[in-house]
Write a protein that binds this ligand. Structure first.
Ligand SMILES: Cc1cc2nc3c(=O)[nH]c(=O)nc-3n(C[C@H](O)[C@H](O)[C@H](O)COP(=O)(O)OP(=O)(O)OC[C@H]3O[C@@H](n4cnc5c(N)ncnc54)[C@H](O)[C@@H]3O)c2cc1C
Length: 400
């Protein structure tokens, strides 16, 4: 048992942040470190289970369930509920120094260890913009109602999320006109087999979605594309015109890591790449010898695009948590911590539901494109609830 006070701050409480925080809180409670304090910081008061967004735009009740309060995330992990060690702060990280984080509410918090898991931003309806839980519930309902009212919907971007969105809308609303336009030669990431892309096109067709490939749409910079009804005609490089009253853009994510600017100027070296991704070493520490106590798991780091999935973010977070535990235990052990690199070589799979009954799958040596087995896998492994029941296990039970 160690009486040492150790303060870990986790900024960004989503897939990666939740995994690190819960692993550390359990370690503090059961591993002999009762004075390990965890401060969670997020700009939103809730966690949004974004994986379920494609279903939420066609199923309002399901959408409500994707939103979880962050304030009670670690409550079950308190060693003494009457003397809580952990807390949640609803604020935005604005700046990082070598020893402190500065938050949008003006607080400056010192840390022994810092986890930056601030992820990446997507356009509506793939993410929500609200800050409070009540507003998020309303916003999710508004996304649903907008899709319900639209008669013609254009989805731009044929990655997994675009395919899922188009498939869900096509399945739920057979009478709407749904078009999916993709700039690449085939749907879904190119590191998966062509049979997966072909299967996706065939199955989208079955739910009434028209797919255009090799088509780059010219997107007007002054239009917000915020999931509101806006009749618009957009033109592709082919010259074809796409008229719709709702446009859903799923064309990539944005990083907002301006909070690193002051530290970068103090050091005189960049800590981010040109996209704004935080540079990491093989242990997922911020890639600077001064900051071995700052870890960066998940979508915000500069690992390649193939690592930008919830599965990978969670794997990285598990690795970061184990390295943090090794560092925390080192003084009592009387020897330096031995850190383990994140090998990044773990399972590579894709599982894409297309509506409620169909889908494609590649992984574990199987390629299930335009086949009945693809439907079975996608429906049973993901299409039922987009992993919501697994996510629910991360949080205390909801109040009825
Ligand atoms: C619609 C959709 C469907 C997806 N489906 C799948 C799927 O089926 N399978 C899969 O593996 N992956 C999927 N993904 C990708 C997956 O969601 C991401 O890879 C994963 O969420 C990354 O987790 P993260 O913790 O790194 O960051 P994020 O989930 O992006 O979370 C970042 C957190 O940081 C907070 N934050 C950001 N900036 C600040 C700041 N300055 N101060 C305070 N807080 C901040 C945010 O509010 C957020 O809570 C999907 C993504 C989307 C959008």
């Amino acid at each position: 048992m160690s009486a040492r006070e150790i303060h870990v701050i986790v900024v960004g409480v989503s897939v990666a942040g939740i995994k690190v925080a819960k692993t550390l809180a359990t370690f503090g409670k059961t591993g002999g470190y009762p004075n390990l304090r965890i401060t969670l910081v997020d700009r939103n008061a809730y966690h949004y289970h974004a994986l379920g967004a494609p279903r939420s735009i066609v199923d309002k009740e399901f959408g409500k369930k994707l939103i979880f309060p962050l304030s009670t995330l670690l409550t079950p992990h308190e060693a003494d509920p009457y003397s809580p060690k952990h807390r949640f702060i609803h604020a935005e990280l604005t700046s990082v120094s070598a020893t402190n984080v500065i938050l949008s509410d003006g607080q400056s918090l010192p840390f022994d260890y810092l986890v930056l898991s601030t992820g990446a931003r997507n356009r509506l309806p793939a993410n929500l913009r609200s800050s409070t839980l009540a507003d998020a519930q309303e916003e999710a309902a508004r996304m649903h109602d907008t899709v319900a009212r639209a008669e013609s919907i254009l989805v731009v971007g044929g990655g997994a999320v675009g395919v899922e969105m188009a498939g869900e809308i096509g399945h739920a609303y057979p009478d709407k006109s749904v078009t999916l336009v993709h700039s690449g030669p085939r749907l879904l990431p190119l590191n998966f087999k062509p049979a997966i892309s072909e299967g996706a096109v065939a199955k989208l067709k079955k739910v009434g979605v028209t797919v255009y490939l090799n088509e780059k749409i010219s997107i007007p910079a002054d239009t917000p594309f915020d999931c509101t009804i806006r009749p618009l005609t957009l033109t592709g490089v082919s010259g074809r015109e796409y008229t719709s009253d709702l446009q859903i853009l799923v064309t990539g994510t944005q990083l907002h890591t301006e909070y690193m600017e002051s530290l970068e100027s103090a050091l005189g070296t960049p800590l981010r790449d040109a996209r704004g991704a935080l540079l990491v070493n093989k242990y997922l520490q911020l890639d600077s010898p001064q900051f071995t106590n700052i870890f960066v798991p998940g979508d915000v780091n500069n690992l390649p695009a193939g690592a930008k999935f919830a599965l990978k973010a969670a794997e990285q977070a598990a690795s970061v948590a184990q390295n943090l535990i090794a560092l925390i235990k080192a003084p009592e052990a009387g020897k330096p911590a031995v850190l383990k690199p994140w090998d990044g070589s773990l399972m590579n799979l894709i599982l894409v539901p297309i509506g409620r009954n169909m889908g494609v799958f590649q992984g574990m040596g199987l390629t299930l494109g335009n086949s009945w087995w693809g439907d079975v896998m996608a429906r049973n492994m993901k299409g039922k609830d987009y992993f919501l029941s697994q996510k629910e296990k991360d949080f205390p039970p909801r109040k009825p």
